[in-house]
Design a protein around this ligand. Structure first.
Ligand SMILES: *Cc1c(COP(=O)(O)O)cnc(C)c1O
Length: 381
């Protein structure tokens, strides 16, 4: 179809998306078109994207390593900063080794395609992140989705296949905020000799006693979950991603993950900034505790107001609305009151399940949450 017609159709369906230009740094307060907004739409859960220690590590990194990394890791782009961050991430997640990727999207497509091919099978949660679904399709393995967070359905689909099977799931679901039933899934994987891969984009830094994510939260070992993927652009506040696991897994990815091999390494200064942010994650548990407190306060307030919440214990607290146009109307009403909350519509979520996605940051104060609740109380759909 031609682009003009397609765009008109998207607008009519309430699916047209628009970028807002923010001035200055990411944070609780952002400036858009000269107006101050309180930001409840970022994935900077721990408030590290503009932390002075992280900013200064980036500057020092640039002084030492310059800006460009010059090439892919396998050519001449793998610096001592990248290498040190990989070792620290392995230690942090309790895995043998870790490998940096330039983005989470690239990590997911690279890992799945490296691990399975035509004669294998990939099983994915219906609500997995787009990059995991794309990775599964790109791998050319037989591709099956199971019902969201439903281990009984997963078990059905695992049974009776003679193929090598890879189970792939979000740890914390990005648009719902709930957790995958990982202990049950790890057990199923073992029983069926399948491999389990967890994408912990929203758990790293946020969940677990030391912030090591959803696998630490559930106490799952490298043997139980051989493939862990995490991103650095969310809880850690910087940019990039990593995969952690056994020596052989990482070595195989270095050889065969196409989105690792055929791309320029992230700037070493970004790796230095991430090392600084990882230190903060490890030494400041108050950030995780604060997030819990803020989410809880919001849940109580919003349900009293009659909004429909999902069963989420994470920093992602969606308000389910259903209709895409109503969801936009609600988010615009919040914007007029100075609150920025993402309106999430299909294809990011299933048809009929559009929602406001409220996310919290350790830098929010209780009064920000109370202000958002007051703004929500003023909305009539
Ligand atoms: C954001 C996200 C990704 C992609 O990570 P990027 O580094 O932003 O490319 C992958 N998986 C999940 C679950 C995500 O939320």
């Amino acid at each position: 179809m031609n682009p003009t017609e397609r765009l008109a159709q998207l607008k009519e369906q309430g699916l047209y998306r628009r970028r807002r230009v923010i001035e200055g740094a990411q944070g609780i307060e952002v400036w858009v078109d000269g107006e101050r907004l309180i930001n409840f739409s970022s994935n900077d859960y721990l408030g590290l994207a503009n932390h002075p220690a992280v900013v200064s590590a980036l500057k020092n990194g640039a002084e030492r390593y310059g800006v460009g990394s010059g090439s892919a890791h396998l050519i001449c782009g793998h610096s001592s900063a990248h290498h040190a961050l990989e070792e620290e991430l392995a230690d942090f997640t309790g895995r043998r080794r870790a490998l940096l990727f330039s983005t989470g999207y690239m990590a997911n497509i690279g890992v799945i395609s490296a691990l399975v091919g035509r004669s294998d099978k990939v099983l994915e949660d219906r609500l997995n992140h787009a990059s995991l679904l794309d990775g599964g399709l790109l791998s050319r393995a037989q591709f099956q989705r199971y019902r969201h967070a439903d281990s009984a359905d997963l078990e059905d689909k695992l049974s009776g296949s003679s193929r090598r099977q890879l189970i792939v799931t979000d740890g914390v679901f990005s648009m719902d905020g709930d957790l995958a039933p990982l202990p049950a899934m790890a057990k199923l994987a073992e029983e069926h000799q399948a491999t389990l891969m967890v994408d912990d984009a929203h758990g790293i830094g946020v969940l677990g006693d030391h912030g090591a994510g959803v696998l630490q939260h559930f106490g799952l070992s490298q043997q139980q979950v051989p493939v862990l993927m995490g991103t650095l652009g969310k809880g850690l506040g910087t940019f990039g991603a990593f995969v952690a696991g056994s020596e052989d897994l990482i070595e195989l990815l270095i050889q065969q993950a196409r989105s690792y091999v055929f791309t320029t390494a992230m700037p070493a200064a970004v790796a230095e900034a991430t090392r600084a942010s990882l230190k903060i994650v490890r030494t400041e548990p108050w950030r995780r505790e604060k997030l819990q407190m803020l989410s809880q306060r919001f849940r109580e307030g919003a349900s009293q107001l009659g909004w429909r919440l999902l069963d989420s214990a994470s920093a992602i607290q969606p308000i389910l609305i259903g209709d895409s146009r109503q969801t936009i109307a609600a988010s615009e009403a919040l914007l007029r009151q100075g609150y920025w909350v993402g309106a999430i519509r299909p294809p990011t979520v299933p048809q009929g399940q559009a929602r406001l996605r409220v996310t919290f940051s350790a830098n929010h104060q209780q009064q920000h949450v109370d202000g958002l609740l007051t703004a929500l109380a003023a909305i009539k759909l």
